[in-house]
Design a binder for this molecule. Sequence first.
Ligand code: ADP
Ligand code: MG
Length: 245
Amino acid sequence: MRAEEKHATVAAEAGSDTPVIDLREGRKTYRSGEIEFEALRGVDLTVTEGEYVAIMGPSGSGKSTLMHVLGCLDVLTSGSYRLGGEDVEKLSEVELAEVRNRRIGFVFQQFHLLPSLSAWRNVELPMIYGKVDRTERRERAEIALGRVGLSDRLHNRPGELSGGQQQRVAVARALAGDPTMILADEPTGNLDSASTEDVLTLFDELHEAGRTIVLITHEHDVASRARRIVSVRDGRIHADEAVTA
Ligand code: ADP
Ligand code: MG
């Protein structure tokens, strides 16, 4: 398994054999009134530093639920989740928010940019919560927007940008805090094919630079850009395969 050997090398070079993601027997049950639904039914998943993993599955299979758990936006009903060696179940709400801010860069299908703020103000925002000082925020926002090719759009609001450019602002926002991992849920779901290619090229570059990326998608073409594809069906991992070039 060439790809797995490569993953091991990346992790070793990073000087860490602690997995970024270590999920064991993860179960998530949603309850609304009398009705219960088990969206995750015993998921084991390990992701090491520097891996680029796609999580694939049909609509309703539990991908977003899994992303919410991995991103500390929601907690498991049972099982254990360690993020960068940290036991997530033991953390309070405030600590969870802190872990999210420090370790995870989120990219969503709907971009989630604030329409009244310029590109650089949007990128700066999570760093305000992260208590980064003003000068450094501005500097990091400009660098991040430069990395996604938007140095000439710092002062434009989302409404003045194309969908692809808006998603690149969202990627810059995810990067600016220097997170351990990028977690993207259907990031190309609202993009045309040219913008999809732009965003996926950006992810390729981030992967080459050693970032850990978890990309959720239901499209095979998008998933095959990753180095490993984890398939989810009915709340369970159905397959976990290295992508062969
Ligand atoms: P995917 O992202 O793969 O489409 P989701 O994780 O969003 O799947 O949903 C998995 C299953 O859990 C679906 O059947 C969905 O209806 C159910 N589900 C998701 N969120 C909730 C919720 N908050 N309350 C009840 N059921 C939910
Ligand atoms: Mg979803």
